[in-house]
Design a protein around this ligand. Structure first.
Ligand code: SF4
Length: 364
């Protein structure tokens, strides 16, 4: 049986050093390789020009770099050039989307945490696809690295990341946290926890566990309604963790971490954007350090999801603002490339492209 190559991606410098010594390589080689991987985003041993040819051959023989040698199956760019979406194919054929978005403040990356998602939210393509498997920490990191390489070629880098692609991050907690901790490593990318956001559909034990980490990671909650029957119909998770318990855990998280909690609220025609809905939402969030991000729905006609008129979306936003909430109507990005969760993966699967991909922007 062929010896399995050791995957280097996501190994800390200390672990890399130990492994290189076991291969008979000099200690300083680990630092060189580490810099190639995480500072220069070079994922090919042959291109690591300051490493002796013999050592490069040992490395190529014994190690792989990106987990499972990920391929980019498909890339889409929005017409305005501000959003780029990739479909990644992992070595087992699993397809995952990730998204890069350019904002006024810089670039943000939207990462997926699972292949598909078990949560079944009605408005979400990933939820309709079900769960295929969890992603490893290295597979989550690799999504950021692929965009990091792309940006480094233009002399840029990402400055924020959101775990909001396919999957429920708190159902793959250990791998998501390990990936975020690696993004934070000062000897790798040194990204502040304050520039990271984890988005959940409301897994209360996950919110509580994140609070115990004591790291100032931002929390986003997919809320979408504060009426039990409406939220349960949209998000089956509400039957297990009813929204009042989610709001309570999120408020405690905000108070403990000092971070503002963001509530994502998709506006769906005929479902959740009346004056009463706005008042109810304002009453639940009153006094919290919270922001409400309103998102006009991406239409999913066969699931009864339609977008309200923009004037109604704006009116809902104004009502929340008048009630004292920090509410914004999200600027739409990448609609022309179906940047919402799982749509590229779904389209690839339908077209029989089962050949890897990259996804992101999970919770719409
Ligand atoms: S919205 Fe998020 S939690 Fe819900 S099904 Fe989609 S990926 Fe899963």
């Amino acid at each position: 049986m062929m010896e399995r190559k050791r995957e280097l991606f996501g190994l800390g410098l200390d672990a890399l050093e130990e492994f290189f010594l076991s291969l008979g390589l000099a200690r300083y080689r680990s630092k060189q390789v580490y810099n190639w991987l995480y500072k220069k985003f070079v994922f090919d041993f042959a291109a690591m020009s300051d490493i002796a040819k013999g050592d490069r051959e040992v490395l190529a023989d014994k190690c792989s770099i990106l987990p499972g040698e990920i391929e980019i199956a498909k890339t889409q760019r929005s017409a305005d050039g501000l959003t780029e979406k990739v479909l990644l194919r992992y070595s087992d054929g699993a397809l995952v989307e990730s998204v890069l978005m350019e904002h006024d403040y810089g670039h943000s990356v939207c990462l997926s945490s699972q292949v598909g998602c078990p949560m079944g939210c009605r408005f979400c393509a990933s939820g309709q696809q079900g769960l295929e498997r969890d992603l490893t920490a290295a597979e989550i990191l690799a999504q950021g690295a692929i965009f990091g390489k792309h940006l480094a070629e233009q002399g840029k880098r990402w400055s924020r990341l959101v775990v909001m692609g396919s999957g429920e991050p708190f159902l793959n907690y250990a791998n998501v946290l390990a990936a975020l901790d690696f993004f934070h490593r000062p000897d790798a990318w040194g990204l502040s926890y304050r520039h990271m956001t984890v988005s959940t559909c409301g897994i209360v034990p996950g919110i509580e566990r994140l609070a115990r980490e004591g790291k100032p990671i931002n929390l986003a909650i997919s809320l979408h309604s504060v009426r039990q029957e409406v939220r349960s119909a949209l998000m089956p998770a509400n039957k297990v963790y009813p929204f009042p318990s989610v709001l309570k855990a999120a408020a405690a998280y905000g108070a403990d971490s000092g971070r503002q909690v963001t509530y994502e609220y998709i506006l769906i025609a005929g479902l959740n954007h009346t004056e009463e809905d706005a008042e109810l939402l304002a009453s639940y969030l009153k006094g919290q350090n919270a922001a409400v991000n309103l998102i006009p729905a991406n239409p999913v006609p066969d699931k009864g999801i339609e977008r309200p008129a923009m004037k109604d979306c704006r009116a809902f936003c104004r009502r929340l603002q008048r009630a004292g909430l920090n509410a914004t109507l999200r600027k739409e990005m990448g609609k022309d490339i179906a940047a919402a969760c799982g749509q590229l993966r779904g389209a690839a699967a339908k077209a029989g492209v089962h050949e890897g991909g990259y996804s992101g922007a999970g919770d719409q």
